[in-house]
Design a protein around this ligand. Structure first.
Ligand SMILES: [Zn+2]
Ligand SMILES: [Zn+2]
Length: 209
């Protein structure tokens, strides 16, 4: 349970806050300074609130919990204190929403590759059907749009006109060395494009895009 693990999660907090204070964007620097002065109880409350009811706008709470969630997933633990819906567009481990989608060839003979999602909370990956919205699970192809920009040949915006959400898809079959989480951050112009066209990202990444 996170409640029992809070003392160890809390030991990581000052390090990250100091890095952000020294190198982060102005808005986050201010928040980091405020958090450095926050007491343990208040910090614990913030972490528990984010764990139980995750939001992607709490940059620090999300960043503090990501290594913990990853460790829990890798060590075979279970997030017993997290209640979540179970369906295919949620992480099978922690119930988190997908950060990014990617295509990769599983077998040498596979022509077009398989689609996987990466959890924004614990970074677990899970297989997902190809032509389905990763938020509302819309399946009608006429409602699903895929948008490319010549600037990012192996990244596309996968948008849904039913829920108006989108996620970025990284095609590892076209660029084997691509790293989906890094590409998601590096292709910010695609987020601006999607927002201008009325789409909301399923889950903002750690830099708030
Ligand atoms: Zn997860
Ligand atoms: Zn949808």
């Amino acid at each position: 349970m996170l409640e029992d693990d809070l003392p160890s999660v809390r030991t990581l907090v000052p390090g990250l806050l100091r890095v952000v204070e020294a190198h982060g964007p102005a808005a986050l620097v201010e928040e980091a300074r405020a958090l450095l002065l926050t007491g343990d109880d208040e910090m614990d409350e913030m972490l528990l609130a984010q764990w139980r009811a995750p939001t992607d706008t709490q940059f620090f709470a999300k960043a503090f919990l990501q290594p913990y969630a990853r460790w829990l997933a890798e060590s075979g633990g279970r997030p017993v204190d997290r209640v979540f819906e179970r369906h295919e567009s949620r992480c099978p481990f922690c119930g988190g929403r997908p950060q990014v989608s990617f295509l990769q060839a599983r077998e040498a003979s596979a022509e077009s590759g398989n689609r996987d999602l990466i959890c924004a909370t614990c970074l677990t990956t899970w297989p997902f059907r190809r032509v389905v919205c990763a938020y509302c699970r819309e399946e009608r192809p006429t409602k699903l749009g895929y948008f490319h920009s010549p600037e990012f040949g192996h990244i596309r915006v996968e948008a849904c006109d039913t829920c108006n959400r989108y996620v970025k898809g990284v095609d590892l079959t076209r660029l084997g060395l691509a790293a989906p989480l890094v590409d998601d951050v590096a292709s910010a112009p695609l987020d601006l494009w999607a927002q201008e066209h009325g789409y909301t990202k399923i889950e903002l990444n750690l830099v708030g895009l």
